[in-house]
Design a protein around this ligand. Structure first.
Ligand code: GRF
Length: 200
């Protein structure tokens, strides 16, 4: 069976991208392969990581497009299609897509979000969890839909929030779990299995 071609969108360090690439590369029977890493920021640390892993990279700087989000999306879309991408993994990509882009990849874009969706959509999720007095927190991988941080949930991992936790301690504890969850979800998704992965 031909392996599904995966493109990964990043804006920063790319640790989730690296976890995804290593999982795909580490198993000859993995149903997916990384074909492109796209960043909107030329200085994203993840670009160096991708190059070191031998994954083709490209930069689509959002700034020249100004407020024309649709034109930026179209430029990204072209590179994804040129690469023959079949699954898009968003991993710390900090630009919000217009509906047309998401609908052009209906059901084929995954995203990881550092909260237990549907709680705490948007940014600053660790701060929001602390301010809400939540006793637990976590990360979620979901299928992207045009609505922000919405869409069918494919997996979640949870951590307890302690009395001394800060946004930084939560982020530090959560990131390794993201690196476990996202590859596990992508593997199932590439097999065509939408069964959600949850921990108790
Ligand atoms: C992660 O916390 C992820 O949940 C969020 O942005 C961060 C990306 O980190 N979407 P990295 O670039 O994968 O290291």
């Amino acid at each position: 069976m031909a392996r599904k071609r995966v493109a990964i969108l990043i804006s920063g360090g790319g640790s989730n991208m690296e976890a995804l690439v290593r999982d795909m590369r580490g198993d000859p029977d993995h149903p997916a392969e990384p074909v492109l890493v796209v960043s909107n920021k030329a200085d994203a640390g993840g670009l160096e990581r991708a190059k070191a892993l031998g994954v083709p990279t490209c930069v689509v700087d959002h700034r020249p497009f100004g407020k024309d989000r649709a034109a930026f999306d179209a430029a990204v879309d072209q590179r994804l299609r040129d690469a023959g991408a079949e699954i898009i993994c968003e991993a710390g990509f900090m630009r919000i897509h217009e509906a047309a882009f998401v609908e052009g990849w209906a059901g084929q874009i995954l995203n990881i979000h550092p909260s237990l969706l549907p709680r705490h959509k948007g940014l600053h999720t660790h701060q929001k969890a602390l301010e809400a007095g939540d006793t637990e927190h976590g990360c979620t991988v979901h299928v992207m839909t045009p609505a922000l941080d919405d869409g069918p949930i494919l997996g979640q991992l949870r951590i307890a929030i302690g009395p001394n936790d800060t946004p930084d301690t939560l982020a530090t504890r959560l990131l390794p779990l993201e690196h476990q969850l996202y590859p596990a979800v992508l593997r199932r998704f590439a097999f065509g299995d939408m069964t959600p992965i949850f921990t108790v």
